[in-house]
Design a binder for this molecule. Structure first.
Ligand code: GLU
Length: 290
């Protein structure tokens, strides 16, 4: 058996500079790559152009460099890869279908609430657009019954299973505003970049079954997944700009690295340099997550 080389990635959305929460995700993916003598890619997920903040991608890359996290190869931008997403969408054929429902109509249908808080799609346009509707978005038809059950072994969380039909419903591939959905773009990019190990925040655990199902349909390999805990504020919300994310103080990079390492349960001793921090943290990670 040929064991594929390790390729990992950090895939931030450029909505602002790195903060205490995104540093944890970046650090976990970086350490896992280093501990496996692997490649660490950075991909800027600017596919949702409505949320992209100008200058944020450069700020993130600068922050990573200041923190001593050197990525391998070219940084890719999703906004420049739309032809790949279109190709994958075309391959999905009749698994994809146009949907004319508004958010309100879906919410009013009350089929169920997915674990990420979104309403489960009731399937209104599954067998054709309802009369008088114009296509707004494109959705992926998820299977019914037992084949809707997707399971995987998460390296942090353990066994995860999700029933796509009951817990998610037919999900969006192309949004009403014309942008490709994250779920499609991430699957295409991870496969195109040869990513073997995805290490990211647990806020994306719930998306993973959708991504694995898309990989199956597109004949793409499934990487290994590890979802690390996310930093939350006092109210238990994920740290983000909206919830008042704490900015990093990059005049004290070692302190910021130490705080993130502590969150990841790595008992790093006070380092005498950024390099020393990474040497210690990599060795500790390797022991904890072989
Ligand atoms: N772009 C996503 C985010 O910043 C991460 C996607 C991923 O790691 O799969 O939350």
């Amino acid at each position: 058996m040929i064991i594929p080389a390790y390729i990992g990635r950090f895939a931030p959305s450029p909505t602002g500079p790195l903060h205490k929460g995104s540093l944890v995700a970046a650090m976990a993916s970086y350490l896992d790559a280093k501990a496996h003598n692997g490649t660490w890619l950075v991909r800027i997920e600017d596919i949702d152009e409505a949320r992209t903040v100008s200058g944020a991608a450069d700020a993130i890359l600068n922050d990573l460099a200041v923190l001593g996290m050197q990525w391998d190869g070219e940084v890719v931008l999703q906004s420049q890869r739309k032809a790949l997403y279109q190709d994958a969408f075309d391959k999905l054929g009749t698994h994809a279908y146009p949907c004319g429902c508004s958010r309100k109509e879906i919410a009013d249908s009350r089929v169920g609430i997915a674990s990420d808080g979104a309403a489960v799609y009731p399937g209104t346009c599954r067998n054709g657009l309802a009369p008088g509707k114009t296509p707004r978005a494109y959705r992926l038809r998820v299977p019914d019954g037992e084949s809707a059950c997707i399971g995987f072994e998460d390296r942090w969380v353990g066994r995860v299973t999700q029933r796509l039909d009951r817990e998610v419903g037919d999900f969006v591939l192309k949004r009403a505003d014309g942008f490709w959905a994250y779920q499609l773009a991430v699957v295409v990019d991870d496969a195109d970049q040869g990513v073997t190990h995805v290490v990211r925040g647990a806020d994306l655990l719930d998306s993973t079954a959708r991504q694995i199902y898309l990989q199956h349909l597109l004949g793409l390999p499934t990487p290994q997944y590890m979802h690390v805990p996310v930093v939350t504020n006092a109210a238990g919300e994920k740290l983000s700009k909206q919830t008042g994310a704490l900015a990093l103080d990059l005049s004290r990079p070692v302190d910021e690295l130490m705080a993130a390492a502590q969150f990841l349960q790595l008992p790093v001793s006070r380092p005498n340099s950024i390099d020393d921090f990474w040497t210690q943290a990599t060795a500790l990670w390797r022991l904890a997550h072989p």
